[in-house]
Design a protein around this ligand. Sequence first.
Ligand code: SF4
Ligand code: SF4
Length: 241
Amino acid sequence: MFKVIERLLGDKIATEKISLTGSERFRGKINGSCPENLREECAKVCPVGAFKVTADAQGYAVDYKKCLFCGKCVEKAMGNLQHSSDEALPVITEDAAEVTAEVIKQKLGRSLHVRHLDAGSCNACDFEMGAMSNPIYDLHRYGVHVDASPRHADLLMVTGVVTRNLEQALKMSYEAMPEPRLVMACGACAAGGETYGASYAIVGAADKVVPVDIYIPGCPPRPSAMIAGLLAAADMLAERM
Ligand code: SF4
Ligand code: SF4
């Protein structure tokens, strides 16, 4: 707290480097070996079916698109599983995030334009998204611009599980975007679709309605994970142009 005040009074820039590693208390990827007699129990307590028992040497697999990082399986494994402090981003590493930042400048040659659509979120993902633009995360340093219309967007960023009310809006937003277009499912609701279970009001994950190119795990994901995903998107877009 004092450091922040000192920085404000000293009129210094508070922007951080984007890091995919959280604090010691951060719940990231699940590591460790789970004893055979506890695996079924771990799968049973998982509220979204992300923890599955497998026949390979590890004996379990976690679907990070669905995982809420709630810690219930870790608790059930009685010290045999641990959350690491690494962000669960299966396709993106911290190095790659820095490299893709260079790619934006070198290949894309312009800003990445993003349209956000809340398809039925609890709003926590949207709050974290808002934090990307604050001076700490400073999204604008990477040349990423949030647009008011899908007609000007390269990427559609979807938060929330797709509800029946928003299904049509999601389809129409996607169809209104110019080619080449990308879709990013941000958070366990949009990426995994299991957070609120099955109901008459819910369609499910975003990829049930539109093709998804990038999944950002977390409930909600941290702003740095979202930014890393956007940088990877810029890389993918440059290759498609
Ligand atoms: S941490 Fe993830 S895999 Fe484990 S119980 Fe929670 S949602 Fe399931
Ligand atoms: S992923 Fe979690 S934080 Fe994001 S909208 Fe769903 S419930 Fe809310």
